[in-house]
Design a protein around this ligand. Structure first.
Ligand code: CUA
Length: 156
């Protein structure tokens, strides 16, 4: 009788674990694509310059509170090379690479994006202070990796 009871408990535990496991997989698989903050889209890395919005990299005002920054990462820099964005507005960074994997990491912020050929990675950030923000590439991408950096000027 006792053994029976334990077997039952283990069976329930096993089913519960399986359900939990499948739920996690389902959330990971489906939830990921529906999340705009971590959204990933595909792009032909050989046609970046012809593909909107990367045919016109730079800062675009979407509305009074939101700006889009379209950037291309490549060995060994970012295009465009100069960026100026307003303070206190939502900035939507959109990045892709034309060659290898880079990163777009704004020092002293939580923006640390992967810049991947074939993918468009998106991240939102609002600068709370004006000033010059240093951007570094944190992914080793070749001989000029340590020189791959830029500055974002955040203005009133
Ligand atoms: Cu680009 Cu390191």
């Amino acid at each position: 009788m006792h053994l029976h009871k334990y077997e039952k408990i283990w069976l329930i535990f096993g089913i519960a674990s399986l359900v939990l496991f499948l739920t996690i997989i389902a959330i990971t698989a489906f939830g990921f694509h529906h999340h705009p903050a971590t959204g990933m889209d595909l792009i032909d890395p050989n046609k970046v310059k012809e593909t909107a919005p990367f045919d016109h990299p730079g800062v675009n005002k979407l509305n009074d509170d939101t700006y889009e920054v379209v950037l291309i990462g490549k060995t060994f820099g970012y295009e465009p090379t100069k960026l100026q964005v307003p303070v206190g507005k939502k900035i939507v960074f959109k990045l892709t690479s034309t060659d290898v994997i880079h990163s777009f990491s704004i020092v002293h912020t939580n923006v640390n994006m992967m810049v991947v050929p074939g993918r468009i990675n998106t991240k939102e950030y609002t600068f709370k202070k004006t000033g010059n923000y240093l951007v570094l590439c944190n992914e080793y991408c070749g001989a000029g990796h340590q020189f791959m950096q830029t500055t974002i000027e955040v203005v009133k």
